[in-house]
Ligand binder design. Structure first.
Ligand code: 6PG
Length: 232
């Protein structure tokens, strides 16, 4: 990792998160003509995406390319779907062109969905000749077990070093998840962890102390910036 991680304690979590996203987007578009923006799932991002939608005039959304850090193996209209959450709270409000939203198709058999997304990311990275698709900004969350994206403790995808995307069986959920792998995550130019629950502080401290048993500890951008935005 090149630059030390930043930890920001915010009393205006959603607004501060939205501003970091917009700042990253403007810089990426200025430097490379597009904003490669990877979305996290779960509940925390919902209020951030809603705030971002309110500030939508501050970004040229036709230059934004949306990808996902992980997805549940459900259809896109399922209440569990990370795509559905992002669409309801952000994408439909900013009139994102469908061609610029790269959805993990959770409705497919897991291996097929992962393979399809792998192919899609490689094609998107292709024109610049990179092996991996480098997000300009990748959002991530944290579970109380230290999981991030759908890299859960003691699951097979943790060991993936070649592929960018994996179909990961999670015993505690008795379900597969589609997830970006460490090599793809750590290729990001900027990773922003969004944590808005003080109950997660003990697991954060274990991560910051390098506890390798926690998947989030493995998020160490090769050359990008790592920022923790805490709403407490
Ligand atoms: C998911 C997420 C997952 C999430 C954490 C935190 O699909 O659930 O990608 O990694 O970020 O579980 O979720 P909350 O924000 O709901 O606490």
């Amino acid at each position: 990792m090149s630059t030390p991680p930043r930890v920001i304690h915010s009393s205006a979590f959603a607004l501060d998160a939205a501003n970091v996203i917009i700042e990253c987007g403007i810089a990426a578009i200025r430097e490379r003509g597009a904003f490669r923006f990877g979305l996290s799932g779960g509940n925390t991002p919902r209020l951030v995406f809603s705030e971002l939608a309110k500030k939508s005039g501050e970004l040229p959304w036709d230059k934004v390319r949306i990808t996902f850090g992980d997805e549940r193996c459900v259809p896109p209209d399922d209440v569990q779907s990370n795509y559905r959450m992002a669409n309801e709270s952000l994408l439909r409000s900013v009139s994102m062109a469908e061609k610029n939203v790269f959805r993990m198709r959770g409705e497919l058999p897991p291996d097929e969905a992962a393979e399809e997304y792998e192919t899609q990311l490689r094609a998107l990275a292709g024109p610049s000749g990179d092996q991996r698709y480098a997000h300009d900004l990748l959002l991530l969350g944290i579970g109380e077990d230290g999981h991030t994206a759908s890299l859960f403790p003691e699951t097979p995808a943790l060991g993936e070093r070649e592929k960018n995307v994996a179909a990961n069986y999670v015993p505690k959920l008795s379900a597969h998840r589609i997830t970006l792998t460490y090599p793809e995550i750590n290729a990001a130019r900027h990773i922003l962890f969004l944590v808005n629950d003080a109950a997660k502080l003990p697991v954060l401290e274990r991560i910051w102390n390098g506890d390798a048993a926690l998947p989030a500890t493995g998020v160490q951008p090769v050359s990008g910036q790592l920022t923790w935005l805490l709403g407490f």
